[in-house]
Design a binder for this molecule. Structure first.
Ligand code: PMP
Length: 352
């Protein structure tokens, strides 16, 4: 190591899923929505005026915050917005996890959590999921510096009942509890009703999955005005203008077409349930996913082999090298047509 390298912050970064830069790929590797944003939204995009881009955006992103507050029936003081939920989560780690006691999150979960913990030098422990990959609420009933988990969990897709979330909150009144609801719209119960009861509960959501806008980079947090104030203080100490002007305007526009939103959700959930039956018939096993992906293993064929074979056929899925889940593939639910191509390929590959 050269002498000037000694005092540099060294981190092992998170590895995002691949974004291939060519057409013709069935892309089931990063949990994007297979459907485009609504026509109404596209119209707003076309009508957008660029003139005001010479100005800085509104640092409070009020148009977007107000739209989200109105949508959820909350006060604007209960909403915080960021550049994708990754930005919101990073800010939340920085703001809320300041204790010398360990923050708790499951051993198998969104693999960015330990990266942020390492980056911000936050102590953490990872209680293992049960044998059936469910989160064990009792593991979070001990002294800690904060709690975070996704509901449904990723990459398992398993949802936790609202009562279990409440139990975790009941046992964690003196720390901040973050529920990452990136995939909640696909069939899990949101902890939104608990917001008025627990001042220390923060929900984090994203426009990247259910709202078909991964490319726009919008995420948000919902919580008590006190929590949101702390988050804003840190955000304004870091970067006043995280949200760009088109995102503020278009994000608000994206909340307007509820019918289209519910329609795409329904299609994805129907396709997911259809794909589960097909995968089961092909010898796959999986837990009951309530997200827009299925986390599956095959009874005889190794995940890595399948991953490579699928990739050669231009079907991209996700495989993690982490212990306990090496035998699994995470398959994003695409359109029905895309899933039919996947199933046809698997039928041929697994039963030559
Ligand atoms: N939380 C979870 C559980 C996720 O899987 C993802 C997607 N990688 C995110 C948060 C971040 O998504 P985004 O930054 O696109 O909102």
């Amino acid at each position: 190591m050269r002498s000037w390298e000694k005092n540099i912050r060294k981190v092992t970064p998170y590895t995002p899923g691949e974004q291939p830069q060519r057409d013709g790929i069935i892309k089931l590797n990063t949990n994007e929505n297979p459907y485009p944003p609504s026509q109404k939204f596209m119209q707003k995009l076309k009508e957008m005026q660029g003139g005001s881009l010479r100005l800085y955006p509104d640092p409070a992103a009020k148009t977007l915050v107000d739209a989200l507050a109105a949508y959820h029936g909350l006060l604007p003081e209960q909403v915080f917005v960021g550049v994708g939920s990754d930005d919101v989560l990073a800010m939340s780690f920085l703001t809320f996890f300041q204790s010398s006691k360990p923050v708790l999150f499951p051993d198998i979960t969104y693999s960015f959590y330990d990266v942020w913990a390492e980056l911000f030098q936050i102590p953490y422990e990872r209680p293992p999921l049960a044998e059936d990959f469910t989160i064990v609420p009792g593991d979070y009933f001990r002294d800690n510096g904060g709690v975070i988990f996704p509901n449904p969990n990723a990459p398992t897709g398993i949802a936790m009942e609202l009562e279990a979330v409440r139990e975790i909150l009941e046992h964690n009144q003196d720390v901040v509890v973050i529920v990452d609801e990136a995939y909640v719209d696909f069939g899990a119960d949101s902890a939104l009703p608990l917001i008025k009861e627990y001042e220390n509960l923060l929900l984090v959501r994203t426009f990247s999955k259910s709202r078909s806008l991964a490319g726009l980079r919008i995420g948000y947090a919902i919580g008590s005005p006190a929590l949101i104030r702390y988050l804003n203080d840190v955000k304004f100490s870091f970067n006043s203008y995280t949200m760009n002007q088109p995102s503020i305007y278009l994000g608000a526009a994206a909340m307007e077409d509820e019918e289209y939103f519910q329609g795409t959700l329904r299609k994805i959930v129907d396709t997911r349930e259809w794909a589960k039956k097909e995968l089961l018939a092909l010898g796959f096993t999986f837990h009951d996913s309530k997200a827009n992906f299925i986390f599956a293993r095959h009874e005889t064929c190794a995940a890595e082999e399948l991953y490579d074979a699928l990739r050669k056929a231009d079907i991209y899925v996700r495989h993690f090298q982490q212990e306990r889940i090496r035998d699994y593939l995470r398959i994003t639910v695409g359109t029905r047509e895309e899933m039919e191509v996947l199933i046809r390929f698997l039928k041929k590959y697994l039963r030559p």
